[in-house]
Design a protein around this ligand. Structure first.
Ligand SMILES: Nc1nc2c(ncn2[C@@H]2O[C@@H]3COP(=O)(O)O[C@H]4[C@@H](O)[C@H](n5cnc6c(=O)[nH]c(N)nc65)O[C@@H]4COP(=O)(O)O[C@H]3[C@H]2O)c(=O)[nH]1
Length: 684
C-alpha cells in the first residue's frame, strides 16, 4: 500500500477515533453538500435529517461571520486535499457551537471530522440539562403553556393547557390560538396585542377565552416572542392561568363590601356610589332624582316583644316587598336597623316621587306573615329631591332623613317632602284625589250645559256638556281644578264615562219633555281618546241611554289628533260609522294645520276663545279667525266660535258666516234645570 495512502488512513482513523462526529459526503467546490453518510450527529445537531441536508450549502449552516473561514477551508481542501479550522455551526435550537472541522478528500468524497470545543461542550451539556429541567417545568406547571412557530401555529402545549381549555395536545397542535377566541374582544384589542409583541417582544394582560365546551372564562396571559441566535423570530411562548376563581372571589369581596348581609340589599356605601353617579347623569339631562328615606314605625317595639330573630325575618320581608313594588331601575338600599332608602332616578316631576311614596304606603297595607304571626306594620317616608333639596349624596340623604322624622311627627304611616311648599301641594293633591274618588262614587260630578246658538236663525241648536263638581255644601268646582288631576290619576276614564252618560240621559229627557231634537257635545281628554275601548264604551252608553248617535258630538283637542296617527284615524272612522260627529276643540292653539285636518273624518272645528277675545281690536286675531273660518268652510267643516262675550264679537263672526257660537253673551254653562228653563223661555 502506498505510504501516503497508508498515512492518510491512519490519520483518518485517528481523527475519527478522537472525533465527536464524522460524516462522509460529496462536496463541490462551492460548498454544496451531497448525500450524507454516517451523518447522524450532524443531522441531529442541525435538525436536518438525512435527505434534507442534501443540496444544502455549507454556508447555510454557519453564521455569517464564519463565511470567510469556510471559504478558506474549501480553498485549502481543493488545493491540498485536506483542511482544518475552527467554525461555528448553528444548531436546530439556534445555539451557536464552535467545532474544529477537519475535511479530508477521499475517493471523490469528503470525510468531515468534527470535534466540539471543550467550553462549547460544557455549554451544550448545560443546555441539554436546562432543556430537561424546562420539560419538567412545562409538564408540571399549573399555568397553561402554548408554544407556536412564527406563524402562530401551535407546536407544543402542556398538560395544564389541556386542563384549562379542554383541548388535548393532539387537537391543539397545528391549530392557532384563535381556537380559544371568545369573541368578547374587538379587533382593536388584538391589534394592540400584536403591536406590543412586535415592538417589545412581550404582551401581558387579562383576556376572555372560550373553552372547548363553549364556556367563556377569564385568564391572565403573558406572551413572549423568541428569536434565534441570528435574531430571526422563531417562536411565540404563551403562559396563562385561569382567573375565574380569583375574579369570583374578588366579586364576592366587592359584593360583601357593598351589600347588607341580612337582606342582600345595597348598603350605604353602594347607595352613595349609585347616587353620586346618578346625580352626574341627571345634572346633564336636567331630570330629577328622588330619595325616599323610610323606616318601619314602632320596629323597636316589635323587636323587643317578639325577639330579634323574628325582627330580622320581618326586615327581610320588608326588603323583599320594597323590591317587589319598586321598578327594576330603582335602588332599594338598607342603611342599617329598620332604615331603608329608595333611589328613584330620571323623574320628570316630583309628582312621580309622590306616586312612589304612595305606592310604598299602599304596599304595607297587606300584613307580613312571619312564623305564624300576621304583622301589620306601617312605614314613615321622607322625600328629598335633587336638585331642589341638595346637590350631593350626603345632603340628600340627610334631608330625606329629616323629612322622614317630620312624617313621624305627623302621626306615622305617611310621607313628607323635605321642601314645605312642595309638601303642601302634595298633601292638597293627595287629599283632593281621595275626595275626587268619593265624589265620583256619590255622583257629585255632573254635566252643566252651555247653549250653542245657530247663527242663521239665532235658535239654540244644541249644547256643550261641561263637568262641574258639586260639593255637599253646594260649592261648585270648575273642571280646570280637577280634570288635570283626574287625567294624571286615570280617574278621567270613569269620570268621562259618567259625564257622557249623564249628558245623553239629560238631553234625551229634554226631548222627552217635548223640546225639539238637539245635539250635545261632550269633551274627551287625550287620555280618554286613547283609551283602549273608547268606541265600545260610547256604544254601550248610547245603548243604555237610548240616545241617538247622530245627536252626539265628541270634542277632542289637536294634541289627541297628532298622536299615533293610524290609531286616531281608525277611531275616528269607527265613530263616524256609528253616526257621531267629532269636533276639534280649541282650534289654533296646537300644532295641526288646516291642510293636515283634511285627512281626518271630522265634522266641526271650534275656534279657540283666545282668538275671539281679541276681536274687534286685535288685527292678528281678526286675521286668524277670518282665515280659519274661510278655510274650514272650504274643507266642509262646521265652524263654531267659542267664548263670544260681546255684541261686537257676535256681529263680527256673523259677517264671516260662522255656523254657530257659544259664549257668555248668550249664556254661561247652566245646571240642567236652569238650562231647561232657558229652553222653555226661548220656546215662549
Ligand atoms: N271666558 C269665557 N269662558 C267661556 C265663555 N263661554 C264658555 N266659556 C268657558 O270655556 C270653556 C269651554 O270649554 P272647553 O274649551 O271645552 O274647555 C273645557 C274642557 O277642556 C274641560 N272639561 C270640561 N268638562 C269636561 C269633561 O266632562 N271632560 C273632559 N275631558 N274635559 C272637560 O275643562 C275646560 C274648562 O271648562 P269650563 O271651566 O267649563 O270652561 C268652559 C266654558 O265655561 C265665555 O264667553 N267667556
Amino acid at each position: 500500500m502506498d505510504e501516503t495512502i497508508q498515512e492518510h488512513i491512519h490519520l483518518r482513523e485517528a481523527l475519527i477515533a478522537l472525533a465527536d462526529a464524522h460524516f462522509t459526503c460529496s462536496l463541490d467546490a462551492d460548498g454544496n453538500l451531497g448525500p450524507i453518510e454516517d451523518g447522524a450527529f450532524l443531522s441531529r445537531f442541525l435538525g436536518r435529517e438525512g435527505p434534507h441536508a442534501e443540496g444544502v450549502n455549507l454556508d447555510q449552516l454557519v453564521p455569517e461571520r464564519d463565511a470567510g473561514i469556510l471559504q478558506g477551508l474549501l480553498g485549502r481542501l481543493a488545493a491540498d486535499g485536506q483542511a482544518r479550522d475552527t467554525v461555528h455551526l448553528v444548531s436546530r435550537d439556534g445555539l451557536c457551537v464552535a467545532f474544529t472541522l477537519v475535511l479530508l478528500r477521499e475517493n471523490g468524497n469528503v470525510v468531515g471530522v468534527l470535534r466540539r470545543h471543550a467550553d462549547d461542550e460544557t455549554r451544550m451539556r448545560a443546555a441539554e440539562h436546562e432543556r430537561l429541567v424546562a420539560d419538567e417545568v412545562y409538564r408540571n406547571a399549573i399555568e397553561g403553556i402554548t408554544v407556536t412557530d412564527s406563524h402562530a401555529r401551535i407546536l407544543f402545549v402542556n398538560p395544564a393547557f389541556s386542563k384549562i381549555t379542554g383541548y388535548t395536545a393532539e387537537e391543539a397542535l397545528g391549530q392557532t390560538p384563535s381556537i380559544l377566541k371568545s369573541h368578547l374582544h374587538d379587533q382593536a384589542f388584538y391589534k394592540a396585542m400584536w403591536q406590543a409583541l412586535i415592538n417589545h417582544g412581550q404582551w401581558e394582560g387579562e383576556i376572555w377565552n372560550r373553552r372547548k365546551n363553549g364556556e367563556v372564562y377569564p385568564e391572565w396571559l403573558s406572551i413572549s416572542s423568541v428569536r434565534d441566535g441570528l435574531g430571526k423570530l422563531q417562536r411565540y411562548v404563551a403562559v396563562f392561568h385561569d382567573i375565574t376563581e380569583i375574579k369570583a372571589s374578588q366579586e364576592k369581596v366587592r359584593h360583601q363590601a357593598h351589600h347588607d348581609v341580612l337582606t342582600g340589599l345595597p348598603n350605604r356605601l353602594l347607595l352613595k356610589d349609585r347616587l353620586a353617579t346618578s346625580l352626574t347623569h341627571m345634572a346633564r339631562s336636567g331630570q330629577k332624582v328622588a330619595l325616599l328615606f323610610m323606616d318601619v314605625d314602632n320596629f323597636k317595639h316589635i323587636n323587643d316583644s317578639l325577639g330579634h330573630p323574628l325582627g330580622d325575618l320581618l326586615l327581610q320581608a320588608v326588603a323583599a316587598r320594597l323590591k317587589e313594588v319598586m321598578r327594576d331601575d330603582d335602588t332599594v338600599a338598607r342603611l342599617g336597623g329598620d332604615e331603608f332608602v329608595i333611589l328613584v332616578e330620571a323623574l320628570e316631576s316630583e309628582n312621580l316621587a309622590i306616586a312612589t311614596a304612595m305606592r310604598l304606603l299602599e304596599a304595607f297595607r297587606v300584613p307580613f306573615h312571619i312564623k305564624g304571626h300576621a304583622l301589620t306594620v306601617t312605614p314613615s317616608v321622607g322625600i328629598a329631591l335633587y336638585p331642589d333639596d341638595g346637590d350631593d349624596a350626603e345632603t340628600l340623604i340627610k334631608n330625606a332623613d329629616m323629612a322622614m322624622y317630620r312624617a313621624k311627627e305627623k302621626g306615622r304611616n305617611t310621607f313628607q317632602l323635605y321642601t314645605s311648599a312642595l309638601n303642601e301641594r302634595a298633601v292638597r293633591r293627595m287629599t283632593m284625589e281621595g275626595e275626587l274618588r268619593k265624589a265620583l262614587e256619590r255622583g257629585d260630578i255632573q254635566p252643566w250645559f252651555q247653549p250653542r246658538v245657530g247663527l242663521r236663525n239665532g235658535s239654540v241648536v244644541g249644547s256643550e256638556a261641561l263637568a262641574r263638581w258639586i260639593k255637599p255644601d253646594g260649592t261648585v268646582i270648575s273642571p280646570g281644578e280637577f280634570i288635570p288631576l283626574a287625567e294624571e290619576t286615570g280617574l278621567i276614564l270613569p269620570l268621562g264615562e259618567q259625564i257622557l252618560e249623564q249628558a245623553c240621559r239629560r238631553v234625551r229627557a229634554f226631548q222627552d219633555a217635548g223640546f225639539p231634537e238637539q245635539y250635545v257635545s261632550v269633551n274627551l281628554s287625550p287620555r280618554q281618546f286613547r283609551q283602549k275601548d273608547l268606541v265600545g264604551m260610547v256604544e254601550r252608553v248610547l245603548q243604555r241611554t237610548g240616545f241617538d248617535s247622530r245627536l252626539l258630538e265628541l270634542e277632542i283637542t289637536e294634541s289627541s289628533l297628532v298622536q299615533d296617527i293610524d290609531q286616531t284615524m281608525a277611531t275616528l272612522r269607527r265613530l263616524r260609522e256609528m253616526g257621531l260627529a267629532v269636533a276639534i276643540d280649541d282650534f289654533g292653539t296646537g300644532y295641526s294645520s288646516l291642510a293636515y285636518l283634511k285627512h281626518f273624518p271630522l265634522g266641526a272645528l271650534k275656534i279657540d276663545q283666545s282668538f275671539i277675545r281679541g276681536i274687534p281690536t286685535d288685527p292678528s286675531d281678526i286675521a286668524i279667525t277670518t282665515t280659519i273660518i274661510s278655510m274650514a268652510q272650504s274643507l266642509n267643516l262646521k265652524v263654531i266660535a267659542e267664548g263670544v262675550e260681546t255684541l261686537q264679537q257676535l256681529n263680527f263672526i256673523l259677517g264671516l258666516r260662522c255656523d254657530e257660537y257659544q259664549g257668555y253673551y248668550f249664556s254661561k254653562p247652566l245646571p240642567p234645570e236652569a238650562y231647561l228653563e232657558l229652553l222653555r223661555q226661548r220656546k215662549l
